[in-house]
Design a protein around this ligand. Sequence first.
Ligand code: CA
Ligand code: CA
Ligand code: CA
Length: 434
Amino acid sequence: MEKSFYSKLFLIFFIIILLSSINLAIDNAAIQENSDVLNKKGLTGSASGSIIYIYVNSTIYDGINSSLTQFKSDLEKTGRQIIIFNHSPSGLGMFSDADFIRSYCATQFAISPLEGVIFVGRLPYVMYDLGQIFPCDLYFMDLDGTWTDSDGNHIYEGHSDGAGDRDPEIWLGRIDASTLNGSDINQEINALNNYFLKNHMYRNGSLRRPHRELVYIDDTWSADAAEWAGQSIYAYQNQTIIATNAITTDTHYENILTNTSYEMVHLFVHSYYYEHVWTPSGTTTTAEIRSIDTKPLFYVLFACSAADFSQTNNIATEYLFSNNTLAVIGSSKRGGLYEPEWFFRPLGQNKSIGYSLMRWFSDATLPSAGLNNPSNSYGMTIFGDPTLTILRGDPSQGNGGGGIPGFDFSLSLLAVLVLGIVIILEFRKDSINC
Ligand SMILES: [Ca+2]
Ligand SMILES: [Ca+2]
Ligand SMILES: [Ca+2]
């Protein structure tokens, strides 16, 4: 019996070594893949030592001054340098103002570690013509590609590598309450101060949700529900998938938004900028989002034009300033986050939302997404603070070795399970033998 016991002990030891090496191999593969892409771009996604510009519309600057001070302080705790600009329109028009900001960022990016830009209040944007004319924030993200307005009508219709590439170098986020329906300046200031308060609460841990994603898919995309959900597993292993055509209705969706069980909502539904349109019937309007006590923190809206910030009463802005919301990722035109895997992969590695969307533009591999498909992708933008991560408001806190993303966790679990079964079987046999 003693000899048998030692051989079993050896077997257990062997299994532990085997599973550990599989684990290590997969970890190394993930790191290798990541560093390859990073080397290509010369980017690290690291917050520490980077610089963020915050442009604030001068009309609301004084009204949100104390919120900005807190926000700056919170960001500085992550090791970043924060530079705030009190921005007044030049009088030359939005097209020129946008060019002025982008040119300055491009110049600074060449000589400093500029990570991204946050626009607070109404700041300039440019329109791009792809058959549909839409506001295009990729303009501020790609600092070394060439944007062309051939006919001089102040609408871009060309984007090429130029001396650099079309890939984004920095991220951009808008925190703009000016398009809320009926918003006057006091309401706008109030909405912004509320936003920065919840942002601070998320960072200090007083605003939290279970680390769970709601994947809510209306009829048009429901047949591929498993694939859509699978692409966000890199960031959320805990998912609730609702994709039964008869269940996905306006009222069901609106009710589920009041549930405190979800950190992230990944929504697939036909939309106009002012409402979601459900199949076969029903709508969720901006006014309804305003009236709902929404509980989730983050939204990815696969919902055409929902993030068209050139429009008053756009629904993504309503989501952002609704109750607990911290960030909304959506499209200002027809299209959306195809191949979401390339967004959720870095997000699950505790990279920021801004960095994750930036990488998605470059890394999405299929013809339907990223830079491969301007028509689907060039409207993608972020409402809210792009420095946020899904694990902590403060990326420097990391995941505490909690093993959140992907294979590491599941294989460790597998190792424990297999080990447990082997031990139980072996010792049961031993007890029988004895
Ligand atoms: Ca033009
Ligand atoms: Ca570029
Ligand atoms: Ca439905």
